[in-house]
Write a protein that binds this ligand. Sequence first.
Ligand code: NI
Length: 167
Amino acid sequence: MAILPILQYPDERLHKVAKKVERVDDSIRKLVRDMAETMYAAPGIGLAATQVDKHIQLIVLDVSETHNDLKVFINPELQASKGIEEHEEGCLSVPGIYEKVSRAERVTVHALDEHGKPFTLEADGLLAVCIQHEMDHLRGKVFVEYLSHLKQTRIRAKLKKHRREIL
Ligand code: NI
């Protein structure tokens, strides 16, 4: 296993649109393990392949408090969504920034697991938020893009300053 570097906003590669996984094979399962290790080490509750510069439709997440409930979504498709709820979100690609975003309260998602087996999951609460946040990454969207332009400009400036300070 390996910890992968996570792309940091505003890296242009975060805006690439991920391609479908054609075949769920050992190379995909290796990436799943590396992404899970990277997510747990960060620590974070979700990671999309886009964030580790792999532009395929693959997400790992674990919203459990015990960090032992890894969920893998390959080629996820949103089949239904219901309601609207606002949650504060953060992102491993936008460190230190937490902002409220409105999303569907409940979603039904269809995907393949790491063995290529299809499944359907109905989610609400934090899990629903996380699924929608990670699926956005696959289409090249970072959560801060839901915010006003003024806020986005401030966030970019803050991250740039922070990066200069640690360099
Ligand atoms: Ni994110």
